[in-house]
Ligand binder design. Sequence first.
Ligand code: APR
Length: 311
Amino acid sequence: MKATVVGAGNVGATTAEYLLREGLADVYMVDVVEGLAAGKALDMAQAAPVLGHSCRVSGGTEYGPAEGSDLVIITAGIARKPGMSREDLLKINGGIMAQVAQNLWHACPNAVVIVVSNPLDVTTHIFHETSGFPTHRVMGMAGVLDTARFRTFIAREVGGSAEDVSAMVLGGHGDSMVPLASQASISGVPLTHFLDDDTIARLVQRTRDGGAEIVGLLKTGSAFYAPAASTVQMASAILRDEKRLLPVCAHVNGQYDLRNLFLGVPARLGRRGVEEVVPVELTADELYALHESAKHVRSAIETWNALKGTL
Ligand code: APR
């Protein structure tokens, strides 16, 4: 198997490292900064004899070596800087995504693509509209990360292992995300058995603010270990055809009464990409919240539609 990682910054390089450590694929990293991807790839290659894997890794600034990739992971972009509006960020990262999409469409049109760059739901839309990839081979990574954060906070509150916590976070990646508290459990025992409503609401809010909490601590830059680990869980499901049911920013068209939109929903991932958007029974409140989240995403897409003419 072969994977290309676009953007060799914090998220991209960590994702590449995890892919190699798990022996999932040979990796090519591409970054606009001269020497960055090549240098990190050479460093990772030299770690291989010590770590004990035999995957190959290389890096560069060109898209040609991405040819034949089974999977592409896109982490290119900038993080929001102080004083920068969401629109400014969308303009820059949207422009980068459109450029990356065209390059990948020429280099590896048969790949399955995972978008990681923010603002996630819109960048996934932009990638799809700018390239010729079919909807089932385009998806965004957000739900696995948001769910991992929710699971972590629940486990810390209850005092057990986060591995025992089963949960799912749907909707857009941001303030409008929809943690399904009604379905969360610890080894099959409903969460409500362990925690009262106020505590659950507090953990839901901390999950919504999960990215900002880390930015606040780091001051320069944003989270990358959990984003990379979450991306690699999706990569594994695809490359190993595991058919895992994960929360994924996938194209919905009819499911959950939503049409023609990339949004966080439960999806089955396998070798062909998003093999099924799975209908899960939601409470009326959760379905309402999912539709509100869809409205937020549609409004961000409208902003992008107005901005892209000015690029
Ligand atoms: N093509 C390829 N790489 C690019 C391009 C481009 N057109 N534009 C920027 N890059 C590269 C940068 O050179 C940098 O190395 O993308 C990389 C981004 O890395 P970081 O700045 O370290 O950002 P990171 O923390 O990795 O986050 C990347 O993922 O989780 C999201 O919100 C996050 O949108 C951000 C993205």
